[in-house]
Design a binder for this molecule. Sequence first.
Ligand SMILES: C[S@@+](CC[C@H](N)C(=O)[O-])C[C@H]1O[C@@H](n2cnc3c(N)ncnc32)[C@H](O)[C@@H]1O
Length: 264
Amino acid sequence: MSERNEQVPVQGNRANSARVYDYILGGKDHYEVDRVAAEASLRAWPGLRTSMLANRATMRRMAHWLAAEAGIRQFLDIGTGIPTEPNLHQVVQGQAPDARIVYVDNDPIVLAHADALMRSTPEGRTSYIQADMTEPGTLLTDPALSETLDLGRPVGLTVIAMLQFVKDAHGLIETLLRPLAPGSYLAITLATGDLAPESAALAREYTERGIPMYLRTRTEVEALFAGLDLVDPGVVPMTSWRPSDGAAPPENGTNMYAGVARKP
Ligand SMILES: C[S@@+](CC[C@H](N)C(=O)[O-])C[C@H]1O[C@@H](n2cnc3c(N)ncnc32)[C@H](O)[C@@H]1O
């Protein structure tokens, strides 16, 4: 546990997805219960660390593409995680210094680190909302959202490595997209059992430790983009989503799909 968070109380002595992720990515913000869950998860599926690193890289490629190619200047990032540089705002403000970003998470440790997420360029702006994504009405009416983003203009909605924790992913995406202007984009990555069937053991491990995890098929992931225009290459294993160096992507060893689509 980093010094900053020694005072943050662990809730219900249960593992938490932000802190398990932080431990596996080599961060400093986790409790014993998270480390035990992380080690058990790595035993259940040793590909987990590779997959998490590939997920962060995919988030950065998607954020870069949205800013550089799609011209998006406003972002709503659901389930931000404990900051791991470069964070989304650093990627997009590297392309467009005036970009504005709203981060949302429900973990108290992410809140304790919110200042790292608030280091915006002078031209842009970042803000942080502490909210539960399963109650989207709360985050959508938080004043920080309307003070930071102009919802009359397109927004990049990024929901990265989140939807495996949500039972009604379709309902959540629909609710979050509803207030966003035409020309907005949805970018997601999420866990599947299609690519690494052994990772089903990982989902069981997370679920048994109090973090219910739902694996989805490609067809189910494509259904989350209903009514939107999928950007090439569609829903693909995340390492195949616009790999930056043009090299053949390492398809094996990861367990997530990625996709980006435009709201017409
Ligand atoms: C696996 S991490 C993903 C972090 C980041 N999006 C990334 O891909 O690197 C999941 C994050 O979602 C947050 N989270 C989980 N359930 C949530 C909920 N119901 N509402 C808001 N945030 C949640 C956790 O606190 C954690 O920070």
